[in-house]
Design a protein around this ligand. Structure first.
Ligand SMILES: N[C@@H](CCC(=O)N[C@@H](CS)C(=O)NCC(=O)O)C(=O)O
Length: 337
């Protein structure tokens, strides 16, 4: 009986020690003077380097928002480009602090030592085809060869879809996006399948984007969001509330442009977000003005969406499911209270 108690006590102690030892990410980031953010190897609109090596995109701006919240400086980020296959090991082994790379939230990923901090893009899988093929529906793809990327949810969904619709297909999988798109362009497959946002992004990389069309069928749910390692609850909170601040700001009408007026607002919700009332940022290890820093340097969710993937971008994607809940979409953040 005594031994059992001792074993239980030791187990509880080691959990506590492990918890405190791993609850270090914020300190590590501060000591290093920069956040290390895992991104894609080049996906226009989400994370892509320009000619001078500056990273841009929705996922990139989210990394900048975390850096802004911590350092009041959105440039304090080191970007680590990762293939779909390598991204999770990079996170669980501690090579990156956060993964912000068009990654679908699934049960098995949650169970594999990771935590998703929210959904910054509600997506679904689709198909890209040459218009010359004269295919109008995915249900006409019987016998098609399908290009896709390894290490993604894409491969499983395509198998489910063709099986459910009793269609034959051949998968040709590549380890990088560039190889996949090149193979499609070279005619090695009839169809390119991925999350629809990524189809629009990759279409821009083709020689004649207008010769290709995205078919209407959406065959899966792909809630994409930032991911952290399990075991550091404070860090999970920081990443989660950085995103929630961007959504709440949009809902409250606070933007990078009117932030100075918002600082003088007497609306209670705005005051709590700005830190002119309460100490909310301090409760998660940041400063009172954490959200002001995010909004000043990056902006709210709507600003970031439109600039990178929406109407202000080459992708020109409709906000659709990514509208705020109050405008008929799914984007909804818990309140700062
Ligand atoms: N959301 C899916 C797919 C993610 C994915 O990696 N898609 C490819 C398709 S284009 C991509 O983004 N590649 C960019 C890269 O490897 O840098 C997942 O989490 O598995």
């Amino acid at each position: 009986m005594k031994r059992v108690t001792l074993v239980v006590a030791l187990a509880a102690m080691s959990t506590f020690v492990a918890g405190t030892v791993s609850a270090q990410t914020l300190k590590t980031v501060k000591d290093r003077g920069a956040l290390v953010c895992g991104v894609s190897q080049g996906l226009p609109g989400f994370s892509t380097p320009d000619d001078r090596g500056n990273w841009t995109g929705l996922d990139v701006e989210f990394c900048r928002a975390i850096a802004a919240a911590i350092f009041d400086d959105p440039s304090k980020v080191k970007f680590s480009p990762l293939s779909a296959k390598d991204r999770f090991v990079a996170l669980t082994s501690g090579n990156i602090d956060v993964l912000s790379r068009n990654t679908t939230w699934t049960l098995s990923r949650d169970a594999a030592g990771m935590n998703f901090a929210g959904v910054n893009y509600y997506d679904g899988q689709g198909f890209l085809v040459r218009k010359a093929l004269k295919v109008n529906s995915a249900l006409e793809l019987n016998g098609a060869s399908v290009c896709t990327q390894t290490g993604t949810t894409t491969e499983l969904n395509v198998a489910d879809y063709f099986r459910a619709n009793k269609m034959k297909y051949e998968v040709i999988a590549f380890s990088t996006a560039d190889e996949t798109v090149k193979a499609y362009e070279a005619g090695r497959c009839d169809v390119f399948t991925s999350d629809v946002s990524q189809l629009y992004a990759m279409r821009l990389k083709l020689t004649n984007p207008n010769d290709h069309a995205v078919l209407p069928e959406i065959i899966s749910k792909e809630p994409l969001g930032p991911v952290v390692r399990q075991g550091d609850d404070q860090w999970l909170d920081i990443v989660k509330w950085t995103f929630a601040a961007m959504i709440n700001a949009e809902e409250l009408g606070v933007t990078s442009k009117n932030i100075d007026e918002a600082m003088k607002s007497d609306k209670p919700d705005v005051r709590r977000l700005m830190g002119t009332e309460g100490n909310f940022g301090e409760q998660i290890g940041l400063t009172k003005d954490w959200a002001v820093r995010i909004l000043k340097h990056v902006g709210n969710y709507g600003e970031s969406f439109e600039r990178n993937v929406g109407s202000g971008s080459k992708l020109n994607i409709d906000r659709g499911l990514n509208k705020l809940w109050s405008k008929g979409g799914l984007q909804y953040a818990p309140p700062v209270r």
